[in-house]
Design a protein around this ligand. Structure first.
Ligand code: UD1
Ligand code: CA
Length: 466
Protein backbone atom coordinates (compact mmCIF):
# COMPACT_ATOMS: atom_id res chain seq x y z
CA UNK A 1 0.00 0.00 0.00
CA UNK A 2 1.26 3.45 -0.99
CA UNK A 3 1.59 5.89 1.90
CA UNK A 4 -0.65 8.91 1.27
CA UNK A 5 -0.34 12.58 2.18
CA UNK A 6 -3.31 14.80 1.39
CA UNK A 7 -3.22 18.48 0.45
CA UNK A 8 -6.56 20.31 0.39
CA UNK A 9 -6.48 23.74 -1.24
CA UNK A 10 -8.79 26.14 0.52
CA UNK A 11 -7.11 29.53 0.33
CA UNK A 12 -9.02 31.00 -2.60
CA UNK A 13 -11.34 33.94 -2.23
CA UNK A 14 -14.57 32.68 -3.75
CA UNK A 15 -15.32 36.14 -5.13
CA UNK A 16 -18.39 34.98 -7.00
CA UNK A 17 -20.13 33.85 -3.80
CA UNK A 18 -20.30 37.58 -2.86
CA UNK A 19 -20.38 36.50 0.77
CA UNK A 20 -18.51 37.37 3.95
CA UNK A 21 -18.29 33.69 4.77
CA UNK A 22 -15.24 31.92 3.26
CA UNK A 23 -16.46 29.86 0.31
CA UNK A 24 -15.43 26.48 1.69
CA UNK A 25 -17.60 27.08 4.78
CA UNK A 26 -20.82 27.43 2.80
CA UNK A 27 -23.12 24.51 3.45
CA UNK A 28 -24.33 21.71 1.25
CA UNK A 29 -26.90 19.34 2.77
CA UNK A 30 -26.20 20.87 6.17
CA UNK A 31 -22.42 20.38 6.12
CA UNK A 32 -19.75 22.86 5.01
CA UNK A 33 -18.19 22.12 1.62
CA UNK A 34 -14.82 21.58 3.27
CA UNK A 35 -16.38 19.31 5.87
CA UNK A 36 -17.65 17.02 3.09
CA UNK A 37 -14.10 16.82 1.74
CA UNK A 38 -12.62 16.19 5.22
CA UNK A 39 -15.16 13.44 5.94
CA UNK A 40 -14.30 11.73 2.66
CA UNK A 41 -10.58 12.05 3.28
CA UNK A 42 -11.05 10.45 6.70
CA UNK A 43 -11.78 7.20 4.85
CA UNK A 44 -8.37 7.15 3.14
CA UNK A 45 -6.10 6.36 6.08
CA UNK A 46 -3.74 9.14 4.99
CA UNK A 47 -0.68 9.59 7.16
CA UNK A 48 -1.01 13.39 7.02
CA UNK A 49 -3.73 15.84 5.93
CA UNK A 50 -2.62 19.37 5.11
CA UNK A 51 -5.07 22.19 4.53
CA UNK A 52 -3.86 25.31 2.74
CA UNK A 53 -5.72 28.35 4.06
CA UNK A 54 -5.56 32.03 3.14
CA UNK A 55 -8.78 33.95 2.73
CA UNK A 56 -10.69 33.71 6.00
CA UNK A 57 -7.88 31.46 7.31
CA UNK A 58 -8.68 31.90 11.01
CA UNK A 59 -12.35 31.10 10.50
CA UNK A 60 -11.62 28.08 8.30
CA UNK A 61 -9.02 26.70 10.72
CA UNK A 62 -11.34 27.17 13.70
CA UNK A 63 -14.13 25.32 11.90
CA UNK A 64 -11.80 22.46 10.96
CA UNK A 65 -10.44 22.13 14.48
CA UNK A 66 -14.02 22.06 15.79
CA UNK A 67 -15.07 19.23 13.46
CA UNK A 68 -11.94 17.23 14.21
CA UNK A 69 -12.66 17.50 17.92
CA UNK A 70 -16.36 16.68 17.54
CA UNK A 71 -15.56 13.64 15.42
CA UNK A 72 -12.73 12.46 17.69
CA UNK A 73 -10.24 12.85 14.85
CA UNK A 74 -6.77 14.28 14.58
CA UNK A 75 -6.62 17.93 13.59
CA UNK A 76 -5.18 18.51 10.10
CA UNK A 77 -1.93 20.44 9.57
CA UNK A 78 -2.62 24.03 8.53
CA UNK A 79 -0.35 25.97 6.23
CA UNK A 80 -1.09 29.53 5.29
CA UNK A 81 -0.78 30.90 1.79
CA UNK A 82 -0.52 34.67 1.80
CA UNK A 83 -0.88 36.19 -0.73
CA UNK A 84 -2.58 33.66 -3.02
CA UNK A 85 -0.50 33.40 -6.16
CA UNK A 86 -2.15 30.36 -7.72
CA UNK A 87 -2.68 26.64 -7.18
CA UNK A 88 1.01 25.81 -7.74
CA UNK A 89 1.95 28.41 -5.16
CA UNK A 90 -0.61 26.93 -2.77
CA UNK A 91 0.98 23.48 -2.95
CA UNK A 92 4.47 25.01 -2.62
CA UNK A 93 3.43 26.21 0.84
CA UNK A 94 2.64 22.64 1.84
CA UNK A 95 6.02 21.21 0.80
CA UNK A 96 7.70 21.49 4.23
CA UNK A 97 4.85 19.40 5.69
CA UNK A 98 5.11 16.66 3.05
CA UNK A 99 7.05 13.42 3.47
CA UNK A 100 9.88 12.63 1.02
CA UNK A 101 8.35 9.30 0.02
CA UNK A 102 4.84 8.15 -0.82
CA UNK A 103 2.19 9.94 -2.84
CA UNK A 104 0.42 13.25 -2.35
CA UNK A 105 -3.23 13.51 -3.21
CA UNK A 106 -4.25 17.07 -4.11
CA UNK A 107 -7.88 18.10 -3.61
CA UNK A 108 -9.98 21.25 -3.83
CA UNK A 109 -11.84 22.39 -0.74
CA UNK A 110 -14.74 23.57 -2.88
CA UNK A 111 -15.51 20.26 -4.60
CA UNK A 112 -17.63 18.53 -1.96
CA UNK A 113 -18.97 15.35 -3.53
CA UNK A 114 -15.78 13.53 -4.45
CA UNK A 115 -15.87 9.91 -3.27
CA UNK A 116 -13.16 7.99 -1.46
CA UNK A 117 -13.24 5.18 -4.06
CA UNK A 118 -12.38 7.68 -6.80
CA UNK A 119 -9.46 9.04 -4.79
CA UNK A 120 -8.21 5.53 -4.07
CA UNK A 121 -8.36 4.74 -7.78
CA UNK A 122 -6.32 7.87 -8.48
CA UNK A 123 -3.63 6.86 -5.97
CA UNK A 124 -3.56 3.31 -7.33
CA UNK A 125 -3.16 4.65 -10.91
CA UNK A 126 -0.10 6.64 -9.87
CA UNK A 127 1.51 3.34 -8.78
CA UNK A 128 3.64 5.50 -6.52
CA UNK A 129 5.74 6.54 -9.51
CA UNK A 130 3.53 8.39 -12.03
CA UNK A 131 1.46 11.57 -12.10
CA UNK A 132 -2.21 10.59 -12.11
CA UNK A 133 -4.83 13.19 -13.07
CA UNK A 134 -8.57 12.91 -12.61
CA UNK A 135 -10.34 14.09 -15.75
CA UNK A 136 -13.91 14.27 -16.96
CA UNK A 137 -15.70 14.90 -20.27
CA UNK A 138 -17.89 17.99 -20.11
CA UNK A 139 -20.53 19.18 -22.54
CA UNK A 140 -19.64 22.73 -21.55
CA UNK A 141 -15.96 22.80 -20.52
CA UNK A 142 -15.80 26.62 -20.26
CA UNK A 143 -13.51 27.80 -17.47
CA UNK A 144 -11.72 24.49 -16.93
CA UNK A 145 -8.18 23.42 -17.80
CA UNK A 146 -8.20 21.29 -20.98
CA UNK A 147 -6.23 18.08 -21.23
CA UNK A 148 -3.96 18.06 -24.29
CA UNK A 149 -3.14 14.67 -25.72
CA UNK A 150 -1.20 13.14 -28.53
CA UNK A 151 -2.98 9.89 -29.17
CA UNK A 152 -3.39 8.33 -25.73
CA UNK A 153 -0.50 10.23 -24.28
CA UNK A 154 -1.23 13.24 -22.03
CA UNK A 155 1.01 16.18 -22.93
CA UNK A 156 -0.18 19.10 -20.85
CA UNK A 157 -3.06 20.94 -19.23
CA UNK A 158 -3.84 24.32 -20.70
CA UNK A 159 -5.97 26.78 -18.74
CA UNK A 160 -9.04 28.36 -20.36
CA UNK A 161 -7.43 31.81 -20.42
CA UNK A 162 -4.26 30.52 -22.07
CA UNK A 163 -5.96 28.19 -24.54
CA UNK A 164 -6.21 28.65 -28.29
CA UNK A 165 -9.60 28.51 -30.03
CA UNK A 166 -8.91 24.92 -31.09
CA UNK A 167 -7.87 23.91 -27.56
CA UNK A 168 -11.00 25.49 -26.11
CA UNK A 169 -13.06 23.06 -28.18
CA UNK A 170 -11.56 20.10 -26.26
CA UNK A 171 -14.08 18.67 -23.85
CA UNK A 172 -11.83 16.56 -21.65
CA UNK A 173 -10.98 18.71 -18.65
CA UNK A 174 -8.86 18.48 -15.53
CA UNK A 175 -11.04 18.19 -12.43
CA UNK A 176 -8.58 19.67 -9.93
CA UNK A 177 -7.69 16.28 -8.40
CA UNK A 178 -4.31 14.63 -8.84
CA UNK A 179 -2.02 12.08 -7.20
CA UNK A 180 1.72 12.84 -7.40
CA UNK A 181 4.70 10.92 -6.03
CA UNK A 182 6.18 13.19 -3.34
CA UNK A 183 9.74 12.94 -4.64
CA UNK A 184 8.65 14.20 -8.07
CA UNK A 185 6.34 16.87 -6.68
CA UNK A 186 9.19 18.30 -4.62
CA UNK A 187 11.38 18.34 -7.72
CA UNK A 188 8.79 20.01 -9.97
CA UNK A 189 7.18 22.65 -7.75
CA UNK A 190 10.23 24.98 -7.54
CA UNK A 191 10.33 25.06 -11.34
CA UNK A 192 6.86 26.57 -11.88
CA UNK A 193 6.71 30.03 -13.39
CA UNK A 194 3.97 32.61 -13.52
CA UNK A 195 4.41 33.73 -17.10
CA UNK A 196 0.86 33.02 -18.27
CA UNK A 197 -2.41 34.83 -18.91
CA UNK A 198 -3.24 35.16 -15.19
CA UNK A 199 0.27 35.79 -13.83
CA UNK A 200 -0.27 32.82 -11.46
CA UNK A 201 1.76 29.77 -10.52
CA UNK A 202 -0.32 27.00 -12.07
CA UNK A 203 -0.10 23.59 -10.43
CA UNK A 204 -1.26 22.19 -13.75
CA UNK A 205 2.10 23.13 -15.34
CA UNK A 206 3.69 20.13 -13.58
CA UNK A 207 2.13 17.95 -16.28
CA UNK A 208 4.46 19.43 -18.86
CA UNK A 209 7.40 19.08 -16.47
CA UNK A 210 6.51 15.42 -15.99
CA UNK A 211 6.37 14.83 -19.73
CA UNK A 212 9.68 16.65 -20.30
CA UNK A 213 11.35 14.69 -17.50
CA UNK A 214 10.11 11.39 -18.87
CA UNK A 215 7.87 10.59 -15.92
CA UNK A 216 4.62 8.84 -16.77
CA UNK A 217 1.33 10.75 -16.79
CA UNK A 218 -2.06 9.05 -16.70
CA UNK A 219 -5.53 10.56 -16.81
CA UNK A 220 -8.20 8.62 -14.97
CA UNK A 221 -11.81 9.49 -15.81
CA UNK A 222 -14.28 10.25 -13.06
CA UNK A 223 -17.28 7.92 -12.92
CA UNK A 224 -19.84 10.74 -12.72
CA UNK A 225 -19.58 14.49 -13.20
CA UNK A 226 -21.31 15.42 -9.93
CA UNK A 227 -18.32 14.09 -7.98
CA UNK A 228 -15.97 16.65 -9.49
CA UNK A 229 -18.22 19.68 -9.72
CA UNK A 230 -16.96 22.70 -7.85
CA UNK A 231 -18.89 25.51 -6.20
CA UNK A 232 -18.12 29.02 -7.31
CA UNK A 233 -21.48 30.81 -7.06
CA UNK A 234 -24.76 30.61 -5.15
CA UNK A 235 -26.36 29.17 -8.28
CA UNK A 236 -23.81 26.35 -8.51
CA UNK A 237 -24.20 25.69 -4.80
CA UNK A 238 -27.97 25.34 -5.19
CA UNK A 239 -27.60 23.15 -8.29
CA UNK A 240 -25.19 20.84 -6.53
CA UNK A 241 -27.48 20.74 -3.49
CA UNK A 242 -30.39 19.64 -5.70
CA UNK A 243 -28.27 17.03 -7.48
CA UNK A 244 -27.07 15.69 -4.14
CA UNK A 245 -30.58 15.63 -2.67
CA UNK A 246 -31.89 13.80 -5.70
CA UNK A 247 -29.16 11.22 -5.30
CA UNK A 248 -30.10 10.69 -1.64
CA UNK A 249 -33.80 10.54 -2.51
CA UNK A 250 -33.11 7.91 -5.18
CA UNK A 251 -31.15 5.67 -2.86
CA UNK A 252 -33.90 5.86 -0.21
CA UNK A 253 -36.49 4.98 -2.85
CA UNK A 254 -34.35 2.07 -4.02
CA UNK A 255 -34.47 0.86 -0.43
CA UNK A 256 -38.29 1.00 -0.60
CA UNK A 257 -39.05 4.36 0.99
CA UNK A 258 -42.01 6.02 -0.74
CA UNK A 259 -41.32 9.70 -1.35
CA UNK A 260 -44.28 11.61 -2.80
CA UNK A 261 -41.84 13.70 -4.83
CA UNK A 262 -38.07 13.09 -4.84
CA UNK A 263 -37.58 16.67 -6.05
CA UNK A 264 -39.20 17.98 -2.87
CA UNK A 265 -37.20 16.12 -0.25
CA UNK A 266 -34.22 17.30 1.77
CA UNK A 267 -31.93 15.25 3.96
CA UNK A 268 -29.22 17.13 5.83
CA UNK A 269 -27.79 14.27 7.80
CA UNK A 270 -28.67 10.60 8.09
CA UNK A 271 -32.07 8.99 7.72
CA UNK A 272 -32.67 5.32 8.53
CA UNK A 273 -36.01 3.90 7.44
CA UNK A 274 -37.85 0.66 8.06
CA UNK A 275 -40.25 -0.94 5.59
CA UNK A 276 -43.26 0.87 4.13
CA UNK A 277 -42.29 4.35 5.17
CA UNK A 278 -44.17 7.14 3.38
CA UNK A 279 -42.97 10.72 3.21
CA UNK A 280 -45.11 13.44 1.68
CA UNK A 281 -43.74 16.54 -0.08
CA UNK A 282 -41.51 19.28 1.33
CA UNK A 283 -40.13 17.48 4.35
CA UNK A 284 -36.69 18.27 5.75
CA UNK A 285 -34.69 15.79 7.84
CA UNK A 286 -31.64 16.90 9.79
CA UNK A 287 -29.04 15.28 12.02
CA UNK A 288 -29.88 11.65 12.75
CA UNK A 289 -33.43 10.51 12.22
CA UNK A 290 -34.85 7.01 12.23
CA UNK A 291 -38.32 6.01 11.06
CA UNK A 292 -39.71 2.60 11.96
CA UNK A 293 -41.82 0.31 9.78
CA UNK A 294 -44.96 1.89 8.38
CA UNK A 295 -44.25 5.40 9.62
CA UNK A 296 -46.08 8.14 7.70
CA UNK A 297 -44.77 11.69 7.53
CA UNK A 298 -47.18 14.36 6.30
CA UNK A 299 -46.28 17.29 4.09
CA UNK A 300 -44.07 20.15 5.25
CA UNK A 301 -42.57 18.58 8.34
CA UNK A 302 -39.12 19.47 9.67
CA UNK A 303 -37.64 16.59 11.69
CA UNK A 304 -34.23 16.62 13.34
CA UNK A 305 -32.50 14.20 15.70
CA UNK A 306 -35.47 12.00 16.42
CA UNK A 307 -36.44 8.38 16.49
CA UNK A 308 -39.97 7.58 15.40
CA UNK A 309 -41.25 4.09 16.08
CA UNK A 310 -43.28 1.76 13.87
CA UNK A 311 -46.73 2.80 12.78
CA UNK A 312 -46.48 6.37 14.07
CA UNK A 313 -48.14 9.09 12.01
CA UNK A 314 -46.69 12.58 11.87
CA UNK A 315 -49.27 14.93 10.40
CA UNK A 316 -48.38 17.95 8.22
CA UNK A 317 -46.48 21.01 9.43
CA UNK A 318 -44.99 19.35 12.48
CA UNK A 319 -41.63 20.55 13.79
CA UNK A 320 -39.50 18.08 15.71
CA UNK A 321 -35.99 18.91 16.90
CA UNK A 322 -34.26 16.73 19.47
CA UNK A 323 -31.02 18.77 19.20
CA UNK A 324 -28.41 16.95 21.32
CA UNK A 325 -30.88 15.17 23.62
CA UNK A 326 -33.14 13.61 21.00
CA UNK A 327 -36.87 13.09 20.66
CA UNK A 328 -38.65 9.74 20.76
CA UNK A 329 -42.06 9.00 19.34
CA UNK A 330 -43.59 5.65 20.29
CA UNK A 331 -45.35 3.04 18.19
CA UNK A 332 -48.69 4.04 16.70
CA UNK A 333 -48.41 7.55 18.15
CA UNK A 334 -50.10 10.44 16.33
CA UNK A 335 -48.44 13.84 16.21
CA UNK A 336 -49.66 17.07 14.64
CA UNK A 337 -50.71 18.77 12.49
CA UNK A 338 -48.77 21.82 13.72
CA UNK A 339 -47.18 20.14 16.72
CA UNK A 340 -43.78 21.01 18.15
CA UNK A 341 -41.58 18.43 19.86
CA UNK A 342 -38.45 19.79 21.50
CA UNK A 343 -35.40 18.12 23.07
CA UNK A 344 -36.29 15.38 25.54
CA UNK A 345 -39.85 14.88 24.31
CA UNK A 346 -40.46 11.18 24.83
CA UNK A 347 -43.84 9.97 23.65
CA UNK A 348 -44.92 6.43 24.49
CA UNK A 349 -46.97 4.13 22.28
CA UNK A 350 -50.35 5.40 21.06
CA UNK A 351 -49.81 8.88 22.46
CA UNK A 352 -51.69 11.65 20.67
CA UNK A 353 -50.25 15.14 20.39
CA UNK A 354 -52.37 17.55 18.41
CA UNK A 355 -52.24 21.01 16.90
CA UNK A 356 -50.28 23.80 18.56
CA UNK A 357 -49.01 21.58 21.33
CA UNK A 358 -45.42 22.09 22.47
CA UNK A 359 -43.57 19.40 24.39
CA UNK A 360 -40.11 19.77 25.93
CA UNK A 361 -38.17 17.42 28.21
CA UNK A 362 -41.31 15.47 29.08
CA UNK A 363 -42.39 11.88 28.87
CA UNK A 364 -45.93 10.85 28.02
CA UNK A 365 -46.80 7.23 28.80
CA UNK A 366 -48.91 4.92 26.67
CA UNK A 367 -52.17 6.37 25.42
CA UNK A 368 -51.75 9.85 26.94
CA UNK A 369 -53.33 12.68 24.94
CA UNK A 370 -52.66 16.40 24.61
CA UNK A 371 -54.69 17.32 21.59
CA UNK A 372 -54.95 21.08 21.41
CA UNK A 373 -53.03 24.28 22.24
CA UNK A 374 -51.01 23.07 25.21
CA UNK A 375 -47.54 23.12 26.77
CA UNK A 376 -45.81 20.35 28.69
CA UNK A 377 -42.29 21.11 29.97
CA UNK A 378 -40.17 19.08 32.43
CA UNK A 379 -43.09 16.75 33.06
CA UNK A 380 -43.80 13.10 33.61
CA UNK A 381 -47.22 12.20 32.27
CA UNK A 382 -48.81 8.84 33.08
CA UNK A 383 -50.80 6.39 30.97
CA UNK A 384 -54.13 7.45 29.50
CA UNK A 385 -53.86 11.00 30.87
CA UNK A 386 -56.02 13.51 29.05
CA UNK A 387 -54.46 16.94 29.06
CA UNK A 388 -56.99 19.62 28.10
CA UNK A 389 -56.86 22.36 25.52
CA UNK A 390 -54.95 25.47 26.54
CA UNK A 391 -53.38 23.90 29.63
CA UNK A 392 -49.76 24.52 30.50
CA UNK A 393 -47.11 23.52 32.97
CA UNK A 394 -45.55 26.60 34.60
CA UNK A 395 -42.17 24.94 34.84
CA UNK A 396 -39.95 27.99 35.12
CA UNK A 397 -39.95 30.40 38.05
CA UNK A 398 -37.63 32.86 36.38
CA UNK A 399 -34.54 31.24 37.84
CA UNK A 400 -35.01 27.46 37.97
CA UNK A 401 -36.95 24.78 36.17
CA UNK A 402 -39.24 22.45 38.15
CA UNK A 403 -40.94 19.16 37.50
CA UNK A 404 -44.60 18.37 37.07
CA UNK A 405 -45.87 14.83 37.63
CA UNK A 406 -49.26 13.86 36.25
CA UNK A 407 -50.03 10.31 37.31
CA UNK A 408 -51.93 7.64 35.35
CA UNK A 409 -55.54 8.27 34.34
CA UNK A 410 -55.58 11.94 35.35
CA UNK A 411 -57.93 14.25 33.50
CA UNK A 412 -56.74 17.86 33.26
CA UNK A 413 -59.50 20.19 32.02
CA UNK A 414 -59.04 23.10 29.65
CA UNK A 415 -57.01 26.19 30.36
CA UNK A 416 -55.27 24.96 33.51
CA UNK A 417 -51.94 26.15 34.88
CA UNK A 418 -49.97 23.51 36.78
CA UNK A 419 -47.39 25.45 38.80
CA UNK A 420 -44.34 23.23 39.24
CA UNK A 421 -43.10 21.52 41.31
CA UNK A 422 -46.45 19.78 41.61
CA UNK A 423 -47.94 16.29 41.42
CA UNK A 424 -51.46 15.44 40.30
CA UNK A 425 -52.37 12.16 41.98
CA UNK A 426 -53.47 9.08 40.04
CA UNK A 427 -56.97 9.17 38.60
CA UNK A 428 -57.50 12.76 39.72
CA UNK A 429 -59.41 15.45 37.88
CA UNK A 430 -58.46 19.10 37.54
CA UNK A 431 -61.37 21.42 36.79
CA UNK A 432 -61.07 23.68 33.77
CA UNK A 433 -59.46 27.07 34.37
CA UNK A 434 -57.69 25.96 37.56
CA UNK A 435 -54.30 27.20 38.68
CA UNK A 436 -52.87 24.30 40.67
CA UNK A 437 -50.05 25.12 43.07
CA UNK A 438 -50.30 22.22 45.55
CA UNK A 439 -50.08 18.45 45.09
CA UNK A 440 -53.47 16.76 44.70
CA UNK A 441 -54.55 13.43 46.18
CA UNK A 442 -55.31 10.40 44.00
CA UNK A 443 -58.91 10.33 42.80
CA UNK A 444 -59.64 13.91 43.92
CA UNK A 445 -61.36 16.64 41.94
CA UNK A 446 -59.34 19.82 42.28
CA UNK A 447 -60.77 23.18 41.33
CA UNK A 448 -58.83 26.35 41.91
CA UNK A 449 -60.57 29.35 40.43
CA UNK A 450 -63.04 32.08 41.42
CA UNK A 451 -66.51 30.72 42.24
CA UNK A 452 -69.09 31.52 39.56
CA UNK A 453 -71.41 34.43 40.38
CA UNK A 454 -74.63 34.96 38.36
CA UNK A 455 -76.73 38.13 38.81
CA UNK A 456 -80.31 37.74 37.58
CA UNK A 457 -81.81 40.15 35.01
CA UNK A 458 -78.58 42.03 34.52
CA UNK A 459 -79.05 45.32 32.61
CA UNK A 460 -76.21 45.98 30.20
CA UNK A 461 -75.14 49.65 29.78
CA UNK A 462 -77.07 51.54 27.06
CA UNK A 463 -75.72 54.07 24.58
CA UNK A 464 -76.51 57.64 25.70
CA UNK A 465 -78.93 59.54 23.39
CA UNK A 466 -77.12 62.51 21.69
C1 UD1 B 1 -8.20 24.86 -11.41
C2 UD1 B 1 -7.24 24.24 -12.44
C3 UD1 B 1 -8.03 23.86 -13.70
C4 UD1 B 1 -9.16 22.91 -13.34
C5 UD1 B 1 -10.03 23.51 -12.26
C6 UD1 B 1 -11.02 22.50 -11.77
C7 UD1 B 1 -5.13 25.36 -12.03
C8 UD1 B 1 -4.18 26.38 -12.53
N1 UD1 B 1 -6.23 25.19 -12.75
O1 UD1 B 1 -8.67 26.06 -12.01
O2 UD1 B 1 -7.18 23.25 -14.63
O3 UD1 B 1 -9.92 22.62 -14.50
O4 UD1 B 1 -9.25 23.92 -11.12
O5 UD1 B 1 -11.87 23.08 -10.85
O6 UD1 B 1 -4.87 24.70 -11.06
N2 UD1 B 1 -6.53 28.05 -4.42
C9 UD1 B 1 -5.65 28.33 -3.41
N3 UD1 B 1 -4.70 29.27 -3.60
C10 UD1 B 1 -4.57 29.95 -4.76
C11 UD1 B 1 -5.48 29.68 -5.79
C12 UD1 B 1 -6.46 28.71 -5.60
O7 UD1 B 1 -5.72 27.73 -2.34
O8 UD1 B 1 -3.68 30.79 -4.82
C13 UD1 B 1 -7.53 27.02 -4.22
C14 UD1 B 1 -8.96 27.54 -4.31
O9 UD1 B 1 -9.44 27.91 -3.04
C15 UD1 B 1 -9.69 26.33 -4.86
C16 UD1 B 1 -8.65 25.61 -5.69
O10 UD1 B 1 -7.41 26.08 -5.25
O11 UD1 B 1 -10.12 25.46 -3.83
C17 UD1 B 1 -8.81 25.85 -7.18
O12 UD1 B 1 -8.68 27.20 -7.44
P1 UD1 B 1 -9.49 27.94 -8.56
O13 UD1 B 1 -9.11 29.35 -8.60
O14 UD1 B 1 -10.92 27.61 -8.41
O15 UD1 B 1 -8.88 27.20 -9.84
P2 UD1 B 1 -9.48 27.24 -11.27
O16 UD1 B 1 -9.11 28.49 -11.93
O17 UD1 B 1 -10.90 26.87 -11.22
CA1 CA C 1 -12.60 26.54 -9.39
Amino acid sequence: MTAIDVVIMAAGKGTRMKSRLPKVLHRLAGRALLQHVMDTVAGLAARRVIVVTGNGAAEVEAALSGWAQAGGRERPVFVRQEPQLGTGHAVQQAVPALHDDGVTLILNGDVPLIEAATLQKLVASSRGERLALLSVEMTDPTGYGRILREGDKVLAIVEQKDATEAQRRLREVYTGFMAVPNALLKRWLPRLSNSNAQGEYYLTDIVQLAVEGGAGVVAVTAADAIQVEGVNSPLQLAQLERAFQLRQARSLMEAGVRLADPARFDLRGRLDCGQDVEIDVNCIFEGRVSLGDGVTIGANCVIANASIAAGAVIHPFTHIDGEKTGVRVGEQARVGPFARLRPGADLGPEVHVGNFVEIKNSSLARGAKANHLAYLGDSVVGERVNYGAGSITANYDGANKHRTVIEDDVHVGSNCVLVAPVTIGRGGTVGGGSTITKDTAPGALSVARGKQVSIANWQRPQKKPR
